[in-house]
Design a protein around this ligand. Structure first.
Ligand code: Z5A
Length: 218
């Protein structure tokens, strides 16, 4: 990416962790700083990728194999990157994405137990050099996350997994954060919403100073 390109932020965590809720805080922050941005999500973000999302989330009679699930996730991502993410970044917009490839390492890798090397190979093939500039990992114990998700309504195919599955997903996210401290920030999402919001805003002020200055100078 060129210097004039936008900044790529992803937000991650297990179900019910509060991604949607905290994206609202993040986008309000960007608006106040005068940043042009788009918000998108994975799987999804384009018409075709949203159709793939439906296939991934619906509960159907024919079970999806682990490899099919992985390939569907990357098929949606390939479309999303070429049709939405890259054009937005190249036009100087910031991109806020609800989940990205860390979710694949966490769910298909940690959760399902698929080989990380296969995921890395697909990542290189589909994304080339594209990686998030900042990844916010909202961290919460799976019991609380599922409790929050359950209160919200009926559960999708992933949300019906056992608690052990989500414990592995959570651990994978924490491993990613430990391996890439420059890119990833872990926010404790078990606190009351106002406290999470305040932690998030403090972190954004600290982390985004240079990027905001560069954007405003362009
Ligand atoms: N998936 C995958 O397997 N591989 C991949 O590569 C990708 C995805 C990209 C869809 O994702 C599924 O796709 C996902 C993994 C898989 N698995 N599932 N399920 P999704 O992001 O659309 O699904 P989700 O995780 O269920 O997200 P969500 O439904 O949007 O939840 P959320 O955004 O994290 O939570 P929320 O809606 O903001 O908050 C949930 C409730 O908790 C709500 O009532 C809030 O008011 C409340 N809340 C939030 N924060 C707090 C605090 N701090 N205290 C108390 N209550 C709170």
């Amino acid at each position: 990416m060129q210097k004039s390109d936008g900044y790529f932020i992803t937000i991650e965590g297990i179900e019910g962790v509060g991604k949607s809720t905290n994206i609202a805080t993040l986008t309000k922050f960007l608006e106040e700083k005068g940043v042009e941005y788009i918000v998108t999500r994975e799987p999804g973000g384009t018409e075709l990728a949203e159709k793939i999302r439906e296939l991934l989330l619906e509960i159907s009679e024919e079970s999806i194999t682990e490899l099919s699930e992985l390939l569907l996730v990357f098929a949606a991502r390939a479309q999303h990157i070429e049709k939405l993410i890259k054009p937005a970044l190249q036009s100087g917009k910031w991109v806020v994405c609800d989940r990205f490839t860390d979710a694949t390492f966490a769910y298909q890798g940690g959760g399902r137990g698929l080989d990380q090397k296969i995921i890395s190979a697909l990542q290189s093939m589909v994304q080339d050099e594209l990686r998030p500039d900042l990844t916010i990992i909202l961290d919460l114990d799976p019991e609380t996350g599922l409790e929050r998700a359950t209160k919200r309504g009926s559960l999708d195919r992933f949300e019906q997994e056992k608690i052990e599955f989500f414990a592995r997903v959570r651990q994978s996210y924490l491993d990613i954060a430990a391996a890439e401290p420059q890119r990833c920030v872990v926010v404790d999402a078990s606190k009351p919403l106002e406290a999470v919001k305040s932690d998030l805003l403090n972190m954004l002020e600290q982390k985004l100073g240079t990027a905001l200055q560069e954007t405003n100078e362009q």
